[in-house]
Design a protein. Structure first.
Ligand SMILES: Cc1cc2nc3c(=O)[nH]c(=O)nc-3n(C[C@H](O)[C@H](O)[C@H](O)COP(=O)(O)OP(=O)(O)OC[C@H]3O[C@@H](n4cnc5c(N)ncnc54)[C@H](O)[C@@H]3O)c2cc1C
Length: 473
């Protein structure tokens, strides 16, 4: 059995690992083709002098038991670390404020958590929402989060809170994202109100979600996020090693063809070894637009369905300072989407957020500055010097931390062109169509952040499921 996987990001490497664990037979051969000169894709750990630090994903949702079990299976349980639990901030209306807790993705059930960030008129509007006319919601429907929250609570909640939080996860504004694909528990709560014949309002749906969460009396609350002490390199290097796959770097795949007579696939592209034999199975684990191109001959209908999925670009600058004196004692700050005069969309105060990093660097500070949102690649394309200047200026403006005086001793910049897929209100339907069309093509699978969700646990789950389908085919 010969299997080709295109893309050595998290999805491709997880697929390779999962396949190796399956019953492929002793002579099974797995080739992974990767266009860039490294494995990991959007997981990227860089070697700061004091130790490894992530410049792409930096954490994962620790409530996902399946991910925790997977990391344990890989022998990485001892590498998992917890955050300090310090609060997060939001910079809005040129003021540094506490980021509201509770609610869902910054959408509150009452005005109380957000009252310090919005006008009195918005406070009144939120608290009266449950008495307003019901949302015209059909079970199973979808719409943009921006549209939904603007209609119910007004623009301030979206522009000052919801878009800032979503921007940190999806590099998109609330108006570019669908409720069902990005805040599924909200879509489900709206569905359940409609199904029960109750009045469908935003505040009632959010209150229902809040009620379903464990109460403090249920015992100590586990942190929402975990990370790897040695960065995500621990994960992607372990997956690569344990998969025993042949990983071909600098190999840009440009075509996949299928011979119906032999039921074999051929992979072509720059750097693909000329003597590569045909494959029995192929898994495409690349971002959506590339996947659409690669499917054009073997699954043209799937390719056409996937084509409209767009990507959001961003850039991350990792900075090490000699001192953290004057830096707010918090995990980081999100910048409100309607805040003028600031370039960054968020800062992670990594050495405040993660005790293992603070321990490692002593008096210094590690800060990640994030730039760029969907539809605007300009910041992701800026020179490194410009981005660093923006970061230092913004830190001073937002927090009063004089980053230049603190002494910048190390800088790493990473641009993520086409970093994250945009999950608009049609996305789930698109994925369903692609999966249906792919299922008709024997021995072909697709996986990746666009298919199963952008979070690390979601990407892993999607890749494992794809591998299992391949094993069963
Ligand atoms: C800045 C940033 C921060 C993030 N933070 C978090 C976080 O804190 N927590 C979290 O859970 N998630 C986070 N994410 C999301 C998460 O990192 C991604 O969803 C996930 O890593 C995507 O994995 P993937 O394998 O689907 O895609 P990718 O990582 O994009 O992998 C695809 C691979 O395919 C390769 N490739 C592309 N075209 C070709 C071709 N033609 N031939 C061969 N190879 C090709 C690429 O080079 C790449 O290596 C973040 C993402 C970004 C960009």
């Amino acid at each position: 059995m010969r299997i080709a996987i295109v893309g050595a990001g998290l999805a491709g490497l997880t697929t390779a690992y999962e396949l190796r664990g399956g019953d492929l037979g002793a002579d099974a051969h797995i080739d992974v083709f990767e266009a860039s000169d490294r494995i990991g894709g959007k997981l990227f750990t860089v070697p700061f002098n004091d130790g490894p630090v992530d410049l792409g994903a930096e954490a994962f949702l620790a409530r996902r038991e399946d991910a925790l079990e997977f990391f344990t299976e890989l022998g990485l349980a001892d590498s998992l670390v917890e955050p300090s639990g310090k609060s997060s901030l939001v910079y809005s209306q040129s003021n540094l404020q506490v980021l509201p807790r509770g609610g869902v993705m910054g959408i509150p059930s009452t005005s109380a958590p957000v009252a310090h960030l919005v006008s009195e008129e918005t406070v009144r509007r939120i608290d009266a929402e449950n008495d307003a006319e019901a949302i015209d919601w059909t079970v199973g429907e979808d719409r943009s989060i921006g549209q939904l929250v603007r209609e119910r609570y007004g623009d301030e909640v979206v522009d000052r809170i919801v878009s800032s939080l979503l921007g940190g996860v999806y590099s998109c504004l609330a108006d570019d994202l669908g409720v069902r694909a990005t805040v599924p528990q909200l879509a489900e709560a709206l569905d359940s109100l409609a199904q029960a014949g109750e009045k469908v309002t935003l505040s009632a749906a959010v209150a229902q979600i809040e009620k379903s969460r464990p109460a403090p009396s249920d015992g100590p609350v586990k942190p929402v996020f975990n990370a790897f002490a040695g960065g995500y390199a621990e994960l992607y290097e372990t997956l690569a090693e344990k998969s025993q796959a042949d990983i071909h770097l600098d190999t840009f795949v440009s075509g996949i063809t299928f011979d119906a007579k032999t039921s074999k696939y051929t992979i072509t592209g720059q750097g693909v070894p000329g003597d590569t034999e045909a494959y029995d199975r192929v898994v495409v684990a690349t971002p959506a637009p590339t996947t659409a191109r690669l499917l054009s001959k073997v699954a043209p209908e799937a390719a056409a369905a996937l084509k409209p999925v767009k990507l959001a670009s961003s850039a991350v600058v990792g900075l090490k300072f000699d001192s953290d004196a004057g830096l707010p004692d918090s995990s980081g700050v999100l910048v409100a989407a309607d805040q003028a005069g600031v370039h960054a969309k968020a800062f992670t105060f990594s050495s405040k957020k993660w005790p293992h990093l603070k321990e490692r660097i002593g008096d210094g500070a590690l800060i990640r500055a994030s730039f760029g949102r969907f539809g605007d690649d300009a910041l992701a394309r800026e020179e490194e010097d410009t981005l660093v200047d923006y970061a230092l200026d913004d830190l001073l403006t937002i927090t009063g931390f004089d980053a230049r005086a603190a002494g910048v001793s190390e800088i790493y910049t990473q641009r993520w062109f086409g970093g994250l897929p945009r999950f608009d209100d049609n996305h789930l339907a698109t994925v369903a169509t692609v999966r249906e069309k792919i299922a008709a093509q024997p021995g072909l699978e697709v996986t990746g952040a666009w298919a199963g969700g952008v979070g690390v646990p979601a990407v892993i789950a999607d890749a494992r499921a794809a591998a299992q389908r391949i094993l069963g085919s």
